[in-house]
Design a protein around this ligand. Structure first.
Ligand code: DQA
Length: 148
């Protein structure tokens, strides 16, 4: 049976392509979803793509993922730096988690240098633009293939 993964995007990522193009590039969230679907399809992964600006909604999505998905790729956006609730929800998901950031959070303001997610994630990707999503899907496929 095909592995199923979810890509979860946090606040303001619905504005990709419009907001701070110098940090995030010109690809829109809709285009990114299509790119991710194509890549997942090539690798034989089933994929769901989610975005919310609301912390509690993201917590609900993560909680529901326990029963529905084999892996989570998450760009928690600004909540990465603030949300104990999202961290705690991810901590209950006992399967692979990849933390993702489009920009290099360590090259930016100090408040972005702290991630509440990194130490409970399986691994992470940052600073490689939206290509990071492709890399994350590739890595997730390998993790799941190797029985992680
Ligand atoms: C981000 C980095 C965060 O600091 C920021 O709040 C975002 C996007 C990224 O993908 O680079 O919204 O997660």
């Amino acid at each position: 049976m095909n592995n199923k993964i979810i890509i979860i995007n946090g606040p303001n990522l619905n504005l990709l392509g419009e907001r701070e193009q110098s940090q995030y590039g010109s690809v829109t969230l809709k285009e990114l979803k299509e790119i991710c679907a194509k890549k997942s399809n090539e690798l034989g992964l089933k994929i769901e793509f989610a975005q919310s600006n609301i912390e509690g909604e993201l917590v609900n999505i993560i909680q529901e993922s326990r029963k529905k998905f084999d892996g989570i790729i998450i760009n928690a956006a600004a909540f990465t730096h603030t949300s104990v609730a999202i961290r705690d929800a991810l901590d209950v998901f006992k399967k692979p988690i990849i933390e993702l950031h489009i920009s290099n959070i360590y090259k930016r303001e100090d408040f972005r240098h702290k991630s509440l997610i990194s130490d409970i994630a399986t691994g992470g990707i940052f600073g490689l633009g939206v290509d990071g999503y492709i890399l994350a899907i590739n890595s997730m496929q390998k993790l799941l293939q190797n029985g992680n």
